[in-house]
Design a protein around this ligand. Structure first.
Ligand SMILES: *[C@@H]1O[C@H](CO)[C@@H](O)[C@H](O)[C@H]1NC(C)=O
Ligand SMILES: [Zn+2]
Length: 582
């Protein structure tokens, strides 16, 4: 009888052969899959450790750290290490969690990178100069198939007069061009005569829309033009997304809430998010092909395993914007007593939509600027919370649904109290306050401005989500933080009086509160708490490296701050050119 051990000895050559074969096979496979995939696989098994001069975590586990380890795209350990002081003093870079913009528009931002930039153009002459210069470098643009696009004009810079289609006939070469330029708040478009020739000769009256002069279309009236606008192709949109993402990475942005994505675009996002070049996490709000409708069959909820793309919320639209008198007010405008703006949807429909979407399991985010639109949004949320959770308080129910008001711009004092009681999340853009501060008082009057408009500190207990609304405002979060902590224009550094006191400075946030507004709060508002906006074990390994600690920057260096590096999922997606090396 052979013993076990002789059997073992006898089979040793076979085992060895198998092992050699196995190693050979592994080598064969490794050699034949791309270096990239091999690297990815290795990285997911072996944690890498990064140490810096300081790490601000925003986590209560450990608030200040020096090092963290990353494994499989997530932080696995965050710690103070016991390296010698020599080693420690040789470290550079100050880390904060990756930044999130709580309200932006990704494709439009990408498109704006391929448009004439009219922001800050202070006269019609300057607008024309910028158009001419842009066109010179792009002879192919301006055809019926590819309109010349631009964004950022403001009639306040044309002595308050609306621009007209004739203004775009700058010279003979411009007479044949199809041009569409978005107002600074993207609530109006200004088009050329060539575009007007496409439209029906007599234009219909559109509820919730306005055509103040020949060539300008506001709010719902924009649809008349958009029907003829050659929509960017899938390829163009893919390019817009990728260009937008690399631009955002340069600003330290690792994630964004996309405030209105159509079903077709959601499909494109799903496809793109599985491939290369998708370097910003996107939390998309569904916008049905027809605004303010219920279209759950056209979309699906998404949560990709790597956390790159999430869909579980919907965007509804209560009203227009303040600049074009489009926001819906309880009382008439102070500088236009004949108007109190217009609702895009009545209270009954808004309430029904809120209830339908929430019942289908979607977070509901309502665009509301004017105090009437905000009131209707709060009414709709309160009714839905009572209906959805008959056995618990609306406040408890809200923790589950996390309803949000996008912009939360002008809110009646009574409704500010109700909002606080219900726990409704305000989604605020600090640079909207500083962009509008020049004319807000004339639109609203002193009292309404003082009691209702552009609250920040007053809404602090509601964990405001901060954002920029890019491309409506510049995407730089440092500019947003500056606006939040000073209530002064990040462009000029000044308040409307040319001072440094700040516009209603009692509404400023601290730097720490502003940082939380661009990290922890957007994470909560996207059901991603403990995963995003924080450096702690188990969270996505997203971080930003700065030259100096954030809290040591004075406001004026903050607004011009740049990032050294941006990391998403443990991978470096941006490095400032002057840094170089490792
Ligand atoms: C609200 O709007 C809907 C849809 O446009 C309409 O059917 C309904 O009659 C309106 N309700 C009120 C109270 O105006
Ligand atoms: Zn927006």
């Amino acid at each position: 009888m052979p013993t076990v051990s002789t059997l073992l000895w006898a089979s040793l050559p076979i085992i060895l052969a198998a092992l050699i074969y196995q190693v050979g096979l592994t080598g064969f496979i490794l050699a034949h899959i791309t270096e990239h995939i091999a690297f990815k696989v290795l990285r997911s098994f072996f944690p890498t450790t990064h140490c810096y001069a300081s790490v601000k975590t925003l986590s209560s586990d450990i608030t200040r750290a020096e090092c963290f380890s990353v494994s499989d795209g997530k932080f696995s350990r965050v710690f103070l290490d016991d390296a010698s002081s020599d080693v420690k003093s040789g470290r550079s870079g100050h880390v904060i969690p990756g930044l999130w913009d709580g309200h932006g528009h990704l494709i439009q931002f990408g498109e704006s990178l391929h448009s004439v930039n009219l922001f800050g153009a202070n006269s019609m002459t300057e607008v024309k100069e910028r158009l001419v210069e842009y066109k010179l470098g792009r002879p192919e643009i301006g055809t019926k198939e590819q309109w010349l696009r631009g964004v950022g004009w403001d009639q306040a810079n044309f002595e308050g007069k609306w621009p007209t289609a004739s203004d775009l006939e700058i010279d003979d070469s411009f007479k044949d061009l199809f041009i569409m330029l978005d107002r600074v708040d993207v609530h109006c478009v200004w088009v050329s005569k060539k575009v007007l020739t496409l439209l029906p000769p007599s234009l219909p009256d559109i509820p919730g829309g306005e055509i103040p002069v020949e060539g300008v279309f506001c709010d719902n009236a924009m649809d008349i033009v958009l029907e003829y606008y050659p929509k960017p192709s899938r390829e163009q949109k893919s390019k817009f997304v990728k260009d937008a993402m690399s631009e955002l990475n340069k600003l330290g942005i690792v994630g964004m809430h996309d405030a209105g994505v159509t079903p077709g675009e959601l499909n494109l996002y799903k496809e793109l998010s599985a491939g290369e070049g998708w370097s910003v996490r996107v939390y998309a709000m569904v916008e049905c092909d027809i605004r303010n409708t219920f279209c759950p069959d056209a979309v699906q909820k998404v949560a990709t395993p790597n956390g790159n793309f999430h869909v579980r919320s919907v965007k509804l639209f209560g009203d227009g914007a303040l600049g074009s008198w489009g926001s819906a007010m309880i009382e008439p405008y102070s500088d236009k007593p004949s108007s109190s703006g217009s609702l895009l949807v009545n209270a009954t429909t808004l309430s029904k939509l809120t209830n339908d979407w929430a019942s289908a399991g979607y977070q509901v985010n309502i665009h509301a600027i004017g105090d009437l639109a905000n009131r209707n949004a709060i009414d709709a949320f309160e009714a839905a919370l009572r209906a959805l959770c008959p056995h618990s308080s609306p406040r408890e129910c809200q923790e589950k649904h996390r309803f949000r008001i996008e912009h939360s711009q002008i809110i009646h004092p009574d409704d500010q109290i109700r909002m606080a009681e219900l726990g409704i999340i305000p989604s605020i853009q600090p640079t909207h306050a500083t962009s509008d501060m020049g004319y807000a008082e004339s639109r609203l009057g002193l009292q309404r401005t003082k009691d209702e408009a552009y609250r920040m500190r007053s809404l602090l207990s509601l964990r405001p989500i901060l954002g920029s609304d890019f491309p409506v405002e510049p995407a730089s979060i440092f500019e947003g933080m500056f606006a939040a902590i000073t209530r002064r224009s990040p462009r000029t550094g000044l308040d409307p009086n040319g001072d440094k006191i700040g516009w209603y400075p009692e509404e400023t946030l601290t730097l720490q509160e502003a940082l939380v507004g661009f990290t922890v709060n957007p994470a909560y508002g996207a059901f991603l708490e403990d995963k995003a906006g924080v450096i702690k074990a188990g969270a996505y390994a997203d971080w930003v490296v700065l030259d100096e600690p954030l809290e040591s920057m004075d406001p004026d260096s903050l607004r011009k701050a740049t990032v050294r590096e941006t990391w998403v999922g443990g991978k470096r997606v941006y490095q400032r050119p002057d840094v170089g090396g490792d």
